[in-house]
Design a protein around this ligand. Structure first.
Ligand code: MRU
Length: 375
């Protein structure tokens, strides 16, 4: 196979190397004194590694909205720490006043991005802590919020590990894998979801040949997935989104692994725009197509993919963001949805921390939620 990158010497300005992201949860954390959320600015990767300290509602909102922190689980973790940081700034002993201000900030953060369910899921968990402890002092409630936000992250580490194990059980050493967008450690806490099996397999001496779609328009595949896999020593080849069909036709792909932002109760799965195209192609070429994500990404209250709100973003992301000069005339209309929904009929399996869910998805997802009620 001809791999163009191997013929080039690429000079990069990497300020500091990523600190073994597969081993540490470093992309989102709380400062030691609990006053700030610290995030690795994903907007600047892969060329600059810069951490941002966020201590007010506008900056936290902006970081999520501009994808400085992104990936469904990572957004949830950031929101959990974020609402804690904001809650500790509320200066009152009166529960009603505290709750009113808490709720205002919570709703504001919740409005930063609409599609990834983990955002509202984490914020609702934090709100339940407040409401279930109204007999306690505000100081005690703040302590409980701190514990809950840490728990959200710790659980994510466990979930990603379990997803990685289940995902790895579906693969063979030497497999060719295609992935879209970024569902690695940067998008979660550790290991990631779709990249988790590949990173775990690598730790165990397995070799995979991964094709990373560049993922227009914000290039999460090129900037983040290729970066994470390359650093981890996994064989990765970057392709443009419209090359997916060709690598499949050539027989280079044994399985597709993608993440998810919201899975409806019937198994329809929203993920980065272009994912459904990969799924259609995978079906045509008889390649298994797996969606990997924690159960926190399943929205049991959302009946089908048609009920998922799809975020529309600034046309400039398509027209100019990654070009030295605009790629089109300023007056050209653009349609820039951030996600699409893959119908469950195209999905071979949904890999959660509890195992692999297969068709019939509606029944099997309902069963999973009976066995593991929502947190
Ligand atoms: O717009 P983004 O970059 O937040 O979109 C992210 C994705 O679509 C990921 O695949 C998804 O959040 C899963 S991350 C484990």
């Amino acid at each position: 196979m001809l791999v163009y990158g191997s013929m080039l010497t690429v000079k990069r300005k990497v300020v500091k190397r990523l600190t073994e992201l597969t081993k540490k949860a470093e992309n989102v954390k709380l400062s030691d004194d609990g006053t700030k959320v610290i995030i690795l600015d994903q907007e600047k990767l892969p060329n600059v590694e810069e951490y941002l300290e966020l201590d007010n509602a506008e900056d936290i909102y902006e970081a999520i909205f501009r994808l400085k922190v992104r990936g469904a689980p990572a957004i949830g973790i950031c929101a959990g720490y974020g609402i804690y940081v904001l809650a500790r700034q509320i200066d009152t002993e009166d529960f009603d006043t505290f709750y009113r201000e808490f709720k205002e900030k919570k709703d504001y953060l919740d409005s930063s991005r609409p599609t990834a369910v983990n955002l509202s899921w984490a914020l609702n968990r934090m709100e339940r802590v407040v409401l279930n402890n109204r007999e306690k002092t505000v100081a005690e409630i703040k302590d409980l919020l701190l514990a809950e936000s840490r728990k959200i992250q710790a659980e994510d580490v466990e979930m990603c590990r379990a997803i990685s194990e289940h995902g790895l059980s579906l693969l063979k050493d030497g497999d060719g894998i295609l992935t879209h967008c970024n569902a690695g450690p940067l998008a979660t806490s550790k290991y990631g979801t779709a990249l988790g099996p590949l990173l775990l397999g690598k730790e165990r001496g397995m070799e995979f040949h991964v094709f990373a779609d560049e993922t227009r328009p914000l290039l999460q595949g090129a900037r983040l997935t290729a970066y994470e896999l390359q650093k981890a020593g996994v064989d990765v080849t970057l392709i443009c989104d419209n090359m997916t069909g060709l690598v499949m036709k050539n027989g280079w792909v044994n399985a597709c692994l993608v993440g998810c932002d919201r899975i409806a109760a019937n198994g329809d799965a929203a993920n980065k725009i272009g994912t459904s195209v990969v799924a259609v192609l995978a079906q045509y070429y008889h390649i298994p197509f797996y969606v990997l994500g924690p159960t926190s990404t399943i929205d049991i209250h959302c009946p089908t993919g048609d009920d998922i709100t799809i975020e529309l973003r600034d046309p400039e992301e398509i027209k100019s963001k990654y070009y030295r000069e605009p790629s089109t005339l300023p007056e050209v209309k653009c349609y820039n949805p951030a996600f699409d929904v893959t119908p469950h009929e195209l999905i071979t399996g949904i890999v959660t921390e509890h195992g692999v869910i297969r068709a019939p998805f509606k029944e099997n997802i309902a069963k999973l939620f009976e066995e593991h009620p929502e947190k």
